[in-house]
Design a protein. Sequence first.
Length: 258
Amino acid sequence: CSAIDACESSNGGCSARAECRRTTPGNRACVCSAGYTGDGIVCMEINPCLVNNGGCDRNAECTQTGPNQAVCNCLKGYSGDGKTCTYISLCSQNNGGCSEFAICNDTELTERTCTCKPNYIGDGFKCRGNIFQELLRNSNTSRFYFHLEALSIRDLTGAGPFTLFVPRTDTLSSDPRVKDWTARGEMAQVLRYHMVGCANLLYKDLTAITNLTSLQGDLIHISYSQNSLILNNKAEIILSDTVGTNGVIHVINQILVP
């Protein structure tokens, strides 16, 4: 007589995911393979994510990848290896997409608010200071700013309001008269002729006005024709309504001469 091997045929009746182990002649035990659980006759994959989130951080997602195997991935708004996840402050990166002159405040996950700093106005994504500051930030008006600085003209830093007509940079740079006015000490008068005090006039407001008195003292004549605003029958407003805390800037294509 020879001992019967119970595991010899059909894995001893054990699950295909189990090991058949001989015990006594004609008997066997079924033991589920690693990563599986059950009585050996029926073996099922162990899902580690069902217990303690698979060892992942509470702010991570556990995803089963195989028998008793899983990966951890931090949820949106968090960073880390999945075992440890740290909240990402939106405001910590590039000021949260807010203006450089705005305060970024984290409100909740993936949310933040942008608020312009004191002495600036805007929606938080675009914030503007006084119009003297805004002149420098725009390439169309920066030349005008440098002329004001060179002559220490600080009118536009006051409370205002002001309405400013600025010849664009290329116009100021190419006009030969600028050098003559500067040499004769008349450039300050020319610059102040482009400023209007005690008024914050947007483009739509200018369409209803015929004359303005400049800070230099002379009048600026305004006419409206063919959907364009013309100053002194020569200079056309080509860009308008750059609003600052103390006034508004309009860009014109010619220099106004008192």
